[in-house]
Write a protein that binds this ligand. Structure first.
Ligand code: CU
Length: 128
């Protein structure tokens, strides 16, 4: 059986195109893969502060500098988490609501609830 030359040429071209595009997509796949998927997405539990029964939990929280710390108020009363040095302040967080603040520069920061000044907590901010 004889295949006409034009069809043969066409098939070769198609094959070449196929191989080329396959190679191209393979390149994109291996080149574009970023290392590690561990850093993405939701904040770790370590960066969530809970307020429960007029207590900050944990009473000492360790977070990296610049991290967003979620503050979950599980009481019915409003609370704040306000740094003694004012380096952060959530403002009023209504009962059942969640606020947040950005962890300041590295160091230990004492904070309080401005509505209930006997509520005390510490965050330890790690460098980086
Ligand atoms: Cu309070």
């Amino acid at each position: 059986m004889r295949i006409p030359r034009t069809i043969l040429k066409f098939m070769l071209a198609a094959l070449a195109a196929l191989a080329w595009s396959a190679c191209g997509s393979d390149d994109a796949g291996s080149g574009g893969g970023s290392p590690g998927g561990s850093g993405g997405g939701s904040p770790s539990p370590g960066q969530t502060l809970m307020i429960k029964n007029f207590n900050f939990q944990p009473s000492t929280l360790e977070v990296p500098a610049g991290a967003t710390v979620m503050v979950k108020n599980e009481d019915r009363d409003a609370h704040t988490a306000t740094a003694d040095d004012r380096s952060f302040d959530t403002g009023n967080i209504a009962g059942g609501a969640t606020g947040s603040f950005t962890a300041p520069r590295a160091g230990e920061v004492r904070y309080t609830c401005t509505i209930h000044p006997y509520m005390r907590g510490v965050i330890r901010v790690a460098a980086g």
